[in-house]
Design a binder for this molecule. Structure first.
Ligand SMILES: [Mg+2]
Length: 349
């Protein structure tokens, strides 16, 4: 009798694997945060994270240009370094390619890798290359560092803290919806589809995400204390629940405070989706979600591009989403789960 992986789900599997290993020694943080942290030689904290991208699961070459895939692998990986409130330093890229790939194709991926490494002032130090029977896999390793006092984990949120988020949410999710709808057109026209210009912002948010080190820098300049932090890769709801779970607290969040771009709002309605659902559960935003002590509210309010969406409360069972109409709903995770997605993909093949 065997158990399908989908029965455990991604987080169940991670928990199961973590239990096999001893807790790391004092001062070292392993599985369970955006990145692992261990002490460096000069007293700084070293931050290490890895991210894997599989063709057909995380990207589709029908609408993802090669150079933007390279950019996205670096940005998504380094976003987990930003989520520790650390600075990026080094990057490793490994890949498994089928013989369908050409030298020019690999060059194009590396154009994006190089552009992103330059943008983030991060050096590519190496990686592994191997073959695969079909498709492709890219695996990034991001390394960063920061003073231990600044590094922020998921577990430090306290009752009364403000829940803050950078940028706006839901745009990448709708960008993906547009690309999926237009997949055949894009394949036939080799990506040239002027009628998609009106969705440009959404497509860019999906295809060319940016890790928010600018927000990390501003928080440092404004000396804002962050008690917990995560990046939004799976969706606001599931990533906020990670902070709540690890900090053993609850929350109140408010629909009317959720940051949404007007184009995201409009396009959600075009797809018959609730804009709030796209913001809550969309995923791949790569924005930062963090908690700040209430007494620093004026400091946070001075920073453009940060929204306060709610508050942390003591009761871990209290996870309430307050709707604009005055209603209340329990906050549940409906974000991205690799195994469920994979399951759905194979079910339809
Ligand atoms: Mg993360």
């Amino acid at each position: 009798m065997t158990t399908p992986l989908s029965q455990l789900g991604e987080f169940g599997l991670i928990d199961r694997l973590r239990r096999r290993f001893d807790t790391p020694p004092e001062g070292i943080v392993g599985i369970g945060d955006d990145a692992a942290v261990f002490p460096g030689p000069d007293g700084r904290g070293e931050v290490v994270t890895t991210d894997m991208f599989v063709e057909g699961i995380h990207y589709d070459f029908a609408y993802v240009p090669l150079h933007l895939l390279g950019w996205k692998v670096v940005s998504a990986t380094l976003s987990d370094v930003a989520a520790m409130r650390a600075q990026p330093k080094f990057f490793f890229l490994s890949m498994a390619l089928s013989n369908r790939f050409t030298v020019e194709g690999v060059d194009a991926v590396y154009d994006g890798i190089a552009a992103a490494c330059q943008y983030y002032d991060t050096h590519l130090l190496g990686g592994d290359t191997t073959t695969i029977r079909s498709g492709s896999v890219f695996h990034g390793v991001g390394i960063g560092e920061e003073l231990p006092a600044r590094i922020t984990y998921r577990k430090g949120a306290r009752p009364g803290d403000l829940i803050c988020v950078s940028g706006n949410l839901g745009a990448a999710f709708l960008g993906l919806h547009v690309l999926e709808r237009e997949k055949e057109v894009l394949r036939d026209t080799h990506g040239a589809a002027p009628h998609l210009d009106k969705y440009r912002y959404l497509l860019e948010r999906y295809l060319r995400p940016v890790a928010r080190f600018d927000i990390v820098r501003t928080l440092n300049e404004e000396t804002v204390t962050t008690t917990a932090m995560i990046d939004i890769s799976d969706g606001l709801s599931s990533d906020l629940l990670h902070i709540l779970h690890q900090s053993q607290v609850g929350c109140d969040i408010y629909e009317d405070r959720l940051p949404i771009d007007p184009l995201t709002f409009k396009t959600a309605l075009e797809f018959n989706l609730s804009p709030a659902t796209c913001v809550l559960h969309g995923g791949e935003d790569y924005e930062l979600l963090f908690t700040v002590p209430a007494e620093q509210e004026s400091r946070v309010n001075r920073i453009p591009d940060i929204s306060v969406i709610g508050r942390i409360v003591a009761d871990p069972a209290h996870r309430i989403f307050h709707t604009t109409g005055g209603g209340k709903a329990a906050l549940t995770a409906q974000g991205w789960d690799s195994f469920l997605k994979k399951q759905a993909a194979s079910d339809t093949e």
